[in-house]
Every structure is written in structure tokens, then in C-alpha cells.
Design a protein around this ligand. Structure first.
Ligand SMILES: [Cu+2]
Length: 447
């Protein structure tokens, strides 16, 4: 638990990176993108207001490709590749998942891919209406962008909604290494000024006009991933890109993939509670934009709450078909938008508290097979967030912040409840054969 303070400080630091810069006024530039700490001046450039409605309609976003190591749960450090806003000087600003990108319907968008990585990559805007040449599929619509080269994806944002962007080079490896993020096209409204990049996804700091009109008070960008740590280990183990290519793209058989780490916004429980809780107040309406950037079907369950499905793959669900459920299917690459109505109405919500939300495919609620872990986060009502940056819970979460817990070195149940001690448990265990005869079962892989 010693590292907890540092973790909280890190989370606060991330929040402080986004601080709105007041607009200078004048006809041309009403709005300047909030400066992301560490990003270059050119990372997000807003241009002219083409339709004269008080917001910029030219958006240029420059993205690098960065290899980054993140502690996803206590003691588990994983290497990812992510798209990251162009950094200033030598210090990249990378965070898994790749940033949530927000643009407005009608915008002239330029996504500049600066390939600062050792492998070729592209960007495929998934679900948007765009010219064929901007589809980002290597060999089919363009040559893959080689290391040290750049490519500009240029399109006019057409259909509003929740979309997806990802690398399309060797996608069974590159997408699952983290080259994937949420892409939001906001409906065109006057004076629609909002931040264009949300690092690490999560809480949307400023609602767009259409969401305010819809009556939403808050909005969250939730990006789910599943990874096979055996793949992510390869780039850490070899130095020569040619050797990494052989191991990752030819030896590693993605059909034999076994995901063992399950992430929400780049974190697994318990870090999800600290870094990506869903904070709400009774009476609010909260928009949840959900992307499954992994490779398996999810069954997303909200405890105590019954959200309503408003959009599928970015497009509105007709009013009569808006189902209200407590488990939602989200297939690979799919997006769902949910309307969450916190409160105590006996229909949609059960009242204030700390209510967990997680994939109900049970083995995914673990960290490499040790529960609780995975993508569990919590709907945390006002007054239920503690000063330590964690939700106020019934007992204590301390043991889950101890890396030894997830290494399997801490009994899940305190041996004292069995009228024994930990020493007896560890060292006094008889070596007798099981009474039911010999049998085998899958055993956790230890590194
Ligand atoms: Cu790639």
C-alpha cells in the first residue's frame, strides 16, 4: 500500500494536464485548444470557422506512435504501443489507451500520423464516412507508413456518433498492442467549443453542445481492451526490430491467443477505481460511450442500475427500440452509447452508494486469473469518494494494492478464519495425494 500516495498524485497530475485556456476573443480564433502538458504547439491546431457559427471547423491533430510501459495493476508492468499527441522535444506523452479524439460534424479533419516507431503503421477511421484513400488499410488503399515517415488522413466529418480509430497494419497484433482509441464526432452546433483530445479516455472534461441539449450532465469515454501479456512481452525481450517482427508477426500465433489482462481505459482493478471511476450525482443524466477495442465479446453489467441503449455503432437507436437492460453485449470493435440515470427511482437506479460495473464474462474480472481484477470500475455517487482518491467501501481495498496479492502469494481468505495461521497454511500442507484421485487443471502461468 506504500505506493498508493504516488498513484493518487499521478492521477491528479493527469487531471491537471487539461486546464482550459481562456479565449482571446476576436473574429478569427474564438477558441484555443486547452494545452496538454508536454504536447507540442502543433499537436492540436484549430483553424477557421468555416460556417460562421462560432467554433473552429478546421482541426489538425498530430499523432506520434510511442512504445510505453504502464503499471496496469499493482506490480504488473506492460508494454504497449499507443498513438500519442506530438510531444515537445524528446519527452513523449503517451498513455494507454490512445487518446479519445473529438471533432465536430462538418469539420475538415487532418489526422497526421508521424511514425516515430520502428514498425510501419496506419490509422483506420472505423465507422466514419471518409474517402476510400483515407481508409488506412495497408496495400489496399495506401502503403503502410514506414518508420520516420508521415501520412495525413484528411476527411470531412460527416456522421456524428461514437467511432473508433486504430492501426490497420497486422491488426491482430497492432490493435491489441494499444494502437486504438475512441473517435467522437459531435453534432454541429453553434459555439461548439470543446477539447479535442482526452488523454487516457475516461471523463470528458467539457460536454459538447448537443449533449447539453440532450440533457446530459456528464459524459464518459470507456475503452475496453483485452491483452495477452505473452505478446506484449516480446518487444521488451528483444532489441532488434527485425527480431521483434519475427517473434510478433510470424512466430506468435494470434489464433492461439489467450487474453489474461482486461483493461478499462488502460487500467485493471484496483487501479480502475482510482483512475477511471464513474462519478455521478443523484438526478443527473450521464452519457456512457463504450468501445470494445479488444478481441472478444463483452457482457457489460451495471450493478443497481439499468441504463438505456441510445446508440449502436454511433447511430441512434429508434426510440421504440431503446432497450433498458443490466447486461449489454458489446462485440469486438462495437460501440454502444448508454444513458445512465443515477438516483433512487426504483426503476433505473437503486440509490446512492458505490456500485460496481464490469464485464460479466467471469474470468475477465481477474488479473491473470486472480480475482478481483480486470475491468471492474464503480459508479461512485457524490459523497462516496474518499480523500485518498478511492471510493469509500465496506472494508478495505489495501490488500489489492499489494503486488504480492496478484502474484498469488497472499491467501485470498485470511487463514485465521480456518483457525490456522498463514505459516501453517504455507508450510504445513500435507503432501498427500488428493482423496478424489489424481487429476489436472489449468494452473496460472508464473513469470
Ligand atoms: Cu500498426
Amino acid at each position: 500500500m506504500s505506493g498508493l500516495k504516488g498513484y493518487v498524485a499521478a492521477a491528479l497530475g493527469l487531471a491537471l494536464m487539461i486546464a482550459a485556456v481562456p479565449s482571446a476573443g476576436g473574429a478569427a480564433a474564438h477558441w484555443k485548444e486547452p494545452r496538454i502538458a508536454g504536447a507540442s504547439e502543433g499537436a492540436v491546431v484549430l483553424g477557421r470557422d468555416l460556417d460562421g457559427d462560432g467554433d473552429p471547423d478546421e482541426v489538425t491533430i498530430r499523432l506520434e506512435v510511442i512504445e510505453v510501459t504502464e503499471e496496469v495493476y499493482p506490480g504488473e508492468f506492460v508494454k504497449f504501443w499507443v498513438f500519442a499527441p506530438e510531444g515537445q522535444g524528446m519527452a513523449p506523452i503517451a498513455r494507454v489507451p490512445s487518446p479519445t479524439i473529438r471533432i465536430e460534424q462538418g469539420d475538415r479533419v487532418r489526422l497526421v500520423l508521424l511514425n516515430t516507431h520502428y514498425f510501419p503503421h496506419t490509422i483506420h477511421p472505423h465507422g466514419t464516412i471518409h474517402p476510400n484513400a483515407m481508409d488506412g488499410v495497408p496495400d489496399i488503399t495506401q502503403a503502410a507508413v514506414k518508420p520516420g515517415e508521415a501520412f495525413t488522413y484528411e476527411f470531412i466529418a460527416k456522421n456524428p456518433g461514437t467511432f473508433f480509430y486504430h492501426c490497420h497494419v497486422q491488426p491482430d497484433v497492432h490493435v491489441l498492442m494499444g494502437l486504438a482509441g475512441m473517435l467522437i464526432i459531435e453534432p454541429n452546433r453553434p459555439n461548439n467549443n470543446f477539447s479535442h483530445l482526452v488523454l487516457g479516455a475516461g471523463r470528458i472534461p467539457d460536454l459538447a453542445r448537443a449533449q447539453v441539449e440532450e440533457g446530459y450532465d456528464r459524459e464518459y469515454s470507456l475503452v475496453y481492451m483485452d491483452i495477452d501479456s505473452r505478446l506484449n512481452r516480446i518487444p521488451a525481450a528483444y532489441k532488434d526490430p527485425r527480431e521483434i517482427e519475427k517473434r510478433m508477426h510470424r512466430e506468435y500465433d494470434s489464433t492461439q491467443r489467450q487474453p489474461n489482462i482486461f483493461l478499462l481505459n488502460g487500467r485493471s482493478f484496483p487501479f480502475t477505481l482510482r483512475d477511471t471511476p464513474i462519478e455521478v450525482k443523484s438526478g443527473e443524466r450521464v452519457k456512457l460511450r463504450i468501445l470494445n477495442a479488444g478481441a472478444r465479446p463483452m457482457k457489460l453489467h451495471t450493478h443497481g442500475h439499468h441504463p438505456t441503449l441510445t446508440h449502436l455503432d454511433g447511430y441512434p437507436v429508434p426510440e421504440a427500440m431503446r432497450v433498458t437492460r443490466d447486461v449489454f453485449d458489446v462485440g469486438a470493435a462495437q460501440r454502444i452509447d448508454l444513458e445512465l440515470r443515477p438516483g433512487s427511482d426504483d426503476v433505473y437506479a437503486s440509490g446512492p452508494g458505490v456500485w460496481i460495473m464490469h464485464d460479466h464474462t467471469e474470468h475477465t474480472v481477474t488479473n491473470k486469473g486472480i480475482s478481483p481484477g480486470g475491468d471492474i470500475t464503480a459508479i461512485v455517487y457524490e459523497g462516496f469518494m474518499g480523500d485518498d482518491g478511492l471510493p469509500k467501501v465496506a472494508t478495505s481495498l489495501d490488500r489489492f494494492f499489494d503486488p504480492e496479492y496478484y502474484r498469488g502469494n497472499v491467501p485470498v481468505f485470511d487463514p485465521a478464519i480456518f483457525n490456522t495461521t498463514r505459516e501453517d497454511y504455507e508450510y504445513g500442507w500435507p503432501e498427500d495425494e488428493p482423496v478424489g484421485g489424481k487429476f489436472s487443471y489449468p494452473v496460472r502461468e508464473t513469470e
